[in-house]
Design a binder for this molecule. Structure first.
Ligand SMILES: Cc1ncc(C[n+]2csc(CCOP(=O)(O)OP(=O)(O)O)c2C)c(N)n1
Ligand SMILES: [Mg+2]
Length: 433
């Protein structure tokens, strides 16, 4: 083993098989104690300014291993808790909102209220909540087609997201985007993207903007951070590597958040990827790489805190691999017959919302009835969102050609061999608006 690889392959990771690598035993007990967390600065130690020798010394510690090493205290006092009561309730509310929203989407989809593909986020809530609830309004988020919950965590209302799914004018894209293209200028949600990897360069560009504003335009308070969310399957796409390179080269304020749910539609991550430990690709590009239990919102949040602080300080990007699981099929059109029942059951038993609830109650941050009150409030928000969406108007036919970059007039060589420039009338009869 070379000196460099010794630095980036801590503890027992290097000796394991692929399957074992992605089911670390230490991850199986969520919320065991506040003391499971190592000092975050040890997790994400930043490199010193780029001399060629310092480039080799990015020290990286997967959180799961650090947790294993830490001394779990038998009893924890209130001051050891990772969250305050207010924070715990905020996280709980956001996760329940995300879950309930998606469950309602499934119902509405099967009732024919939405069109096209709809990809739900159930099971992955700890990642969205753990990261996005730490952001400021000015910070940006880039998502994938699995984007409803990212938008909601960032503050887009359930009404605006549901109406978008229904294709109505009151949706966050005025009904023109649909499920896979959530966008909100106000909330700096830069889009859901249907092509995998497509959002990564957009997020990298947004991070470049923040750096440019701060360093070139001298807007000193511009410390905005961008989060790019994407899946394990996307990490074998070229844009991922290209953007890691640029982000590290220019020390951009970005966090690449990989939601490793172990599957890319029906392709197992372990089968498709030469080295399934995605976090290791960080150090290869001279940035910290971290592996964290993505079913545990508190662990995600601790890692997110440090990565976001690093980006805000101007210390550059971080790659975070969150090991998570989706509780439903790839999309609502997927019968989900490929994944093993035992695997599904194993992750279902680690439901991140149940785990947070347990943590909150065991540590007396709130009681059952307080959590029930939150659940009731969320039910009302979701009901209201559906009623609002259903009562909202469809966009007018004239809206179809808005924001279309192609020349809507039609051009090229016509059937008579002559150049034509005419209205092809391609919108006629294609949509019921
Ligand atoms: C550029 C491109 N190639 C292929 C596809 C088809 N496709 C849709 S989803 C998907 C798998 C993505 O898996 P992953 O990144 O793990 O995200 P997850 O669905 O698990 O959240 C693929 C290949 C696509 N959308 N875009
Ligand atoms: Mg995946």
């Amino acid at each position: 083993m070379s000196a460099a690889s010794a630095i980036i392959q801590p503890l027992s990771f290097s000796a394991r098989s692929g399957a074992e690598k992605l089911s670390d035993p230490s991850l199986k007990t969520p919320f065991s104690s506040s003391s499971f967390l190592p000092n975050p600065s040890k997790i994400l130690s930043s490199r010193s300014p780029s001399s060629s020798s310092s480039r080799r010394h990015v020290s990286v510690l997967p959180v799961s291993n650090a947790i294993k090493e830490s001394n779990v205290k038998a009893k924890i006092s209130a001051s050891d808790l990772l969250i305050t009561r207010e924070e715990g309730l905020e996280l709980y509310e956001d996760m329940v909102l995300g879950r309930s929203f998606e469950d309602m989407c499934a119902q509405m989809y099967y009732r024919g209220k939405m069109f096209g593909f709809v990809h739900l986020y159930n099971g992955q809530e700890a990642v969205s909540t753990g990261f996005i609830k730490l952001l400021k309004q000015e910070d940006s988020v880039c998502s994938t087609y699995r984007d409803h919950v990212h938008a909601i965590s960032k503050g887009v209302s359930a009404r605006a997201v549901m109406a978008e799914l229904f294709g109505r004018t009151t949706g966050c894209c005025r009904g023109q985007g649909g499920s896979m293209h959530m966008f909100s200028k106000e909330h700096n949600v830069l889009g859901g993207f249907a092509f995998i990897g497509e959002g990564i360069p957009v997020a990298t560009g947004a991070a470049f903007t923040s750096k440019y504003r701060r360093e070139v335009l001298k807007e000193e308070d511009c410390d905005h951070v961008t989060l790019a969310f994407f899946g394990d399957g996307t990490c074998n796409n070229g844009q991922f590597f290209e953007c890691l390179n640029m982000a590290a080269l220019w020390k951009l304020p970005i966090i690449f958040v990989v939601e490793n749910n172990l599957w890319a539609i029906g392709m197992s991550h372990l089968r498709a990827t030469s080295d399934p430990e995605i976090w290791k690709k960080g150090p290869a590009f001279d940035m910290p790489g971290v592996h964290v239990d993505g079913m545990d919102v508190l662990k995600v949040r601790e890692v997110a805190k440090e990565a976001i602080a690093r980006a805000r300080r101007g210390d550059g990007p971080t790659l975070v691999e969150c090991e998570t699981y989706r509780f439903r099929g790839h999309s609502l059109a997927d019968p989900d017959e490929l994944r093993d029942q035992a695997e599904k059951a194993r992750y279902a038993a680690r439901d991140p919302i149940t785990a947070l609830k347990k943590y909150i109650i065991e540590n007396s941050l709130a009681n059952e009835s307080e959590l029930k009150a939150i659940e009731k409030k969320i039910d009302e928000i979701i009901e209201d969102a559906v009623e609002f969406a259903d009562a909202s108007p469809h966009p007018p036919r004239s809206q179809l050609l808005e924001n279309v970059f192609a020349d809507p007039k039609g051009f090229g060589i016509g059937p008579d061999g002559r150049y034509r420039c005419e209205d092809p009338g391609f919108t006629a009869g294609t949509a019921q608006v």
